[in-house]
Design a protein around this ligand. Structure first.
Ligand SMILES: Nc1ncnc2c1ncn2[C@@H]1O[C@H](COP(=O)(O)OP(=O)(O)OP(=O)(O)O)[C@@H](O)[C@H]1O
Ligand SMILES: [Mg+2]
Length: 538
């Protein structure tokens, strides 16, 4: 049964705040029946449930449950990307911006209205979609390499030592050294923005390893050498384009157009996917940024952003346990920031159990079962659904046609509905890629044209270290220009006070909040560590 599109509104003084919140949560007219003395009723523009598929009945993805995450799984060519497209279109229609990585380039078609074709017409007829019409979505293209979209960048210090360790494939010892190098940079007020800053910083730390040893531990030449080689490889993969400024302003991902439709942000990932570590690390970084920068919203009526993570198996393959735990944590916590994360992958077993358990909205396309291992995976996938006596899930998974799936979305109380075998709606936008000319046109007409196009190279560690001979051994003796930006806040006696001092941390934190200067934020992030940097903020 489709829910009534509209929540009942009333005056707070007659109906207490708690009841109001409860009603919002239940998100249903039913709440009214139990509410004391509703006095004044009107309908607001509560977002409509999103029709994604139909079995005997229509299957709706509820906007209020979309921050409880989801999974789109299925073998190659079974309809995952189109399902993603149909969901993204629906979110866009209700004003929710979307971020999706486009691994094969075929998602770009979402920017254009679809065209009549017999297969679509047949599906529209079968599903009896009376209000179906072709339409494209507003789209912003992004590209780490700056070719097929606006360049998207992060600074080295925003990435933090943990993600960098993953990117460079470091072992524990090397990763410890890298963390020390980040700390030295922080203590000396040296900004790590781009790859050459990090390269310069590594060299500086290695050359002065003796002076740093007492405070930061052993900075071995072998570890530094390994990192330098790693950085070189990263540069060859295009990491030098991705790391630097102007860094991405997250607000630019949270846009709606003049008609109130959510903008679909498409990251060109066809080339990026050839560097799986860079791809996975980048998306992980983005997720952690969203988590850090967005305010708490609890359980909103609709998400602030929905994030589709295609080829998700790349994220999890040989993921070190520490990072897996962090991903788990970010996925769990980002929900209260109103961000929904949908993983797209071939097999649900690609996703670690702890994370899989958090993915409430499920679309399972066909799987193949050639080997005993495949068969086991099919069984495992089948068991993740709430059973339906009318559907033999294990058998159905093997029989599903293209664009057909086993579907279970969360109901209004957050419980999974029983699984249904259903046909996914056809997309309203174009199936398949757009032409390079069309892409160029969209990029030129974008409000972001020119904002990120040119890389800026402001004074940072590389420039500061050029020509500097010996390090200042301890932060207290650092020259005034390089003392931490929050030094003055701590009183003259303790400028650049000892690290790990909780008062210093607390002050730095609160100062960063009030000042909000980007320089301050970058250093504080380094000092305190982001969630992904293994910090203790939560
Ligand atoms: N819901 C649908 N409505 C109409 N056509 C569909 C639908 N789903 C899939 N198709 C058709 O099937 C083709 C393959 O689907 P899609 O590209 O989504 O598969 P995929 O699972 O993403 O494959 P891959 O693993 O190769 O990326 C589409 O190009 C389209 O023609
Ligand atoms: Mg696909």
């Amino acid at each position: 049964m489709p829910r009534v599109a509209g929540i009942v509104m009333f005056e707070d003084q007659f109906w207490g705040r708690a009841a109001l919140q409860r009603a919002r949560k239940l998100n249903s007219l039913r709440a009214l029946a139990f509410a004391p003395h509703p006095t004044h009723i009107k309908f607001s523009d509560m977002p409509e449930p999103l029709l994604i598929a139909k079995s005997e009945r229509p299957l709706y993805l509820l906007p209020a449950m979309s921050n409880r995450h989801g999974l789109i799984a299925g073998a190659t060519g079974t309809g995952k990307t189109i399902t993603l497209q149909v969901m993204a279109e629906a979110f866009s229609r209700i004003g929710v911006p979307v971020f999706a990585a486009d691994v094969k380039g075929d998602l770009s078609g979402i920017s254009q209205p679809g065209v009549e074709n017999p297969k679509i017409a047949e599906r529209v007829r079968k599903l009896n979609l009376s209000d179906f019409s072709f339409a494209g979505c507003p789209v912003t293209f992004w590209d780490v390499f700056g070719e097929q979209g606006h360049p998207v960048r992060a600074t080295v210090s925003e990435m933090g030592p943990l993600l960098f360790s993953r990117l460079l494939n470091l072992n524990e010892t090397q990763s410890g050294v890298l963390t020390a190098v980040f700390k030295i940079a922080d203590d000396q007020g040296l900004l790590l923005l781009d790859l050459k800053d990090l390269q310069a910083m590594l060299q500086y730390a290695a050359e002065n390893a003796k002076q740093f040893q007492a405070q930061y531990g052993n900075i071995s030449a072998a570890s530094v050498g390994a990192m330098q080689r790693g950085l070189l490889a990263l540069e060859q993969q295009g990491g030098d384009k991705f790391l630097g400024e102007p860094a991405l302003n997250l607000d630019d991902l949270l846009q709606t157009d003049s008609q109130g439709r959510g903008v679909v942000n498409i990251l060109a990932a066809d080339k990026l996917i050839n560097s799986p570590k860079l791809y996975a690390t980048f998306l992980l970084w983005l997720l952690s940024e969203l988590f850090e920068k967005l305010p708490e919203v609890g359980d909103p009526e609709k998400p602030k952003l929905v994030f589709f993570f295609d080829e998700a198996h790349l994220l999890f393959s040989d993921l070190p346990k520490v990072i897996e735990d962090k991903v788990h944590q970010v996925v769990r916590l980002v929900r209260s920031k109103g961000v929904g994360v949908f993983f797209v992958t071939q097999n649900p077993t690609d996703v670690p159990d702890g994370i899989l358990g958090q993915l409430g909205n499920r679309v399972q396309h066909a799987l193949r079962a050639f080997t005993p291992k495949d068969q086991k995976a099919v069984k495992a996938a089948a068991q993740t659904f709430r059973p339906n006596p009318d559907v033999n899930v294990e058998q159905a998974i093997l029989e599903l046609a293209v664009g057909e799936a086993l579907v279970s979305f969360l109901d209004e109380k957050g419980a999974p509905e029983i699984v249904e075998r259903a046909l996914i709606c056809p997309p309203r936008s174009q199936i398949g890629p757009i032409t390079p000319e069309q892409r160029k046109q969209i990029m030129q007409n974008s409000v972001l044209a020119g904002v990120y196009d040119t890389m800026v190279d402001r004074e940072s560690a590389y420039e500061r270290l050029k020509g500097r001979a010996a390090p200042s051994a301890v932060p207290q003796q650092a020259d005034p220009a390089s003392k931490p930006w929050y030094g003055d806040l701590l009183g003259s006696g303790s400028a650049g006070g000892r690290r790990g001092d909780s008062l210093v941390e607390a002050m730095a934190k609160s100062a960063a909040r009030t000042m909000g200067s980007s320089l301050g934020r970058q250093i504080v992030r380094g000092v305190l560590g982001s969630l992904l940097g293994g910090g203790s903020r939560r």
